[in-house]
Design a protein. Sequence first.
Length: 189
Amino acid sequence: MSRVSQAQAQENRANVVAAAAQLFRERGIQGVSLADLMKSVGLTPGGFYKQFASKDALVTEATERAFNDRDTYLSSLDSKNPSRSDARSAMAEDYLSPQHRDNPGAGCPTAGFAGDLAQAAHEGNVTSQQTYADGVRRFVDWMTDDGEDGLVATCTLVGAILLARATSSTDLSEEILRAVRHALTDSPS
């Protein structure tokens, strides 16, 4: 069997982290086995421990990757909009949409990792918890504009998307999205 080049090993690792960031948000950390994760990127489960010390180490990297992707998205909104206020309104419209509700794997890591990382904290995975807290802080800071409380806005967004996902097959889900979108953007939807 041939050895994998260093460049290929780095690419494989990046693919595993990206897949984990998506799958953990879709199914939850405990809902993704290492075998399923590795299979999703075309690798064998045995290769996991050549790349990562543990699943907890992968959770930390996947969390950071998801928040870095979120940061890139937020920066793109800044460049597309004339002001941070306009960028925040555009983000809230997108965040509180049925598309975001129905696609957690590509969605906000603040909502996507919240429950699992609360559990991880009880199990002693403080590295993942700190990585998550750092990502949430960056989101809160981006949401803060002209003295407005970004923490309240972030909590409102995350709570709304969690409730909308939990009630997604009911009329209440659409009501939640619509009401919070209206409250945060001052636009009737």
